[in-house]
Design a protein around this ligand. Structure first.
Ligand SMILES: Nc1nc2c(ncn2[C@@H]2O[C@H](COP(=O)(O)OP(=O)(O)OP(=O)(O)O)[C@@H](O)[C@H]2O)c(=O)[nH]1
Ligand SMILES: [Mg+2]
Length: 292
């Protein structure tokens, strides 16, 4: 069989995780309208007869302002070597800019072939596609260039073929049916973080971290009991996450619970707590404790 590794890189918010999910065919990574959502290199596996592509979603490469930011960049840069092909995504809706040029420069320094993808073609006029494609082509020496919509699925099959063509002969790295290397705890924490980010948007996205403290079969049969903590950085943020009379916290919990029930195929009892971990984004020890 043919098998290998493919890293997905690009600026924050260009649609890397949405593309990962589209390629795998199910939700492996959380996606939100907030930049710097992804914080780990998440592996998702595309299975086809005689073919296995291990896709590595990465945090968006950006100018870091905190220790967390630098960590995220290290994670992304660390995936560039040691893969068979890189998919470099840019956002055609916001346009190609300095950040993309910077990443193209990093990619020029590695030997790995790069497929450039112009994402979000559903979100702007068709007439703008050609100029965007030529702007993208000017950024580097790409093996292929493909316009696509990760959200709608346009051309995702074409991308699969382009990646597959670059997979060497190799073993199955994951058993049939396994679509990700994330453990359930991490996945549950991520779904809770997704709901929180989506509900609170601009207010404090980067200051949030979620840790699953406990997960076990509940007292009622067929129920999974989860205890999780939402960490914020400042005392004032606690109030925002909890909301008036606990409304925001309840909405986060409710949204996460109903999605988890579908994704995990079991009833879920979710106990959410909100705690303060002062300035955790800038503190090496706290970052480690939170899993970063
Ligand atoms: N219109 C449109 N929106 C998209 C498309 N792909 C992704 N998006 C949206 O773009 C936003 C960011 O998507 P993500 O997949 O989270 O982006 P990312 O590159 O993983 O972001 P980070 O993890 O923060 O680096 C979300 O609101 C997505 O719904 C697309 O093809 N078309
Ligand atoms: Mg992401």
């Amino acid at each position: 069989m043919r098998s290998g590794f493919c890293a997905i890189v690009g600026r924050p918010n260009v649609g890397k995780s949405t593309l990962l999910n589209a390629l795998v065919g199910q939700k492996v990574a959380i996606t939100t309208p907030v930049p710097q959502t992804t914080r780990h290199a998440i592996r998702g596996v595309l299975h086809q007869p005689d073919l296995q592509i291990v896709l590595v979603d990465t945090p968006g490469l950006h100018k870091p302002r905190t220790l967390l930011g630098s960590r995220l960049n290290e994670v992304a840069r660390g995936t560039l070597s040691g893969v068979d092909v890189v998919v470099f995504i840019v956002d055609g809706a916001t346009g190609i800019g300095q950040g993309d040029r910077f990443i193209a420069g990093l990619l020029a320094q590695v030997d790995t072939p790069v497929i450039a993808a112009l994402n979000k073609v559903d979100a702007y006029a068709r007439a703008k596609q050609l100029p965007q494609l030529s702007r993208l082509a000017a950024l580097g020496d790409f093996a292929e260039i493909v316009p696509l919509s990760a959200a709608r699925g346009d051309n995702v099959d074409v991308l699969v073929d382009l990646i597959a063509a670059r997979m060497p002969q190799g073993p199955a790295y994951f058993p049939d049916g396994q679509v990700s290397d994330q453990d359930v705890d991490r996945f549950v924490a991520e779904i809770i973080r997704e709901k929180a980010l989506t509900l609170m948007r601009e207010e404090l996205p980067h200051s949030l971290a979620v840790v699953v403290e406990e997960m076990a079969p509940g007292e009622t049969e067929g129920v999974l009991a989860v205890t999780a903590t939402l960490y914020v950085e400042r005392a004032s943020q606690k109030g925002i996450v909890i909301g008036r009379g606990g409304a925001v916290q309840r909405d986060i919990g409710g949204g996460a619970r109903s999605e988890l029930e579908v994704l995990l195929g079991t009833r879920v009892f979710l106990d959410l707590r909100v705690k303060l971990s002062k300035e955790w984004q800038r503190d090496a020890k706290k970052l480690e404790r939170l899993g970063y």
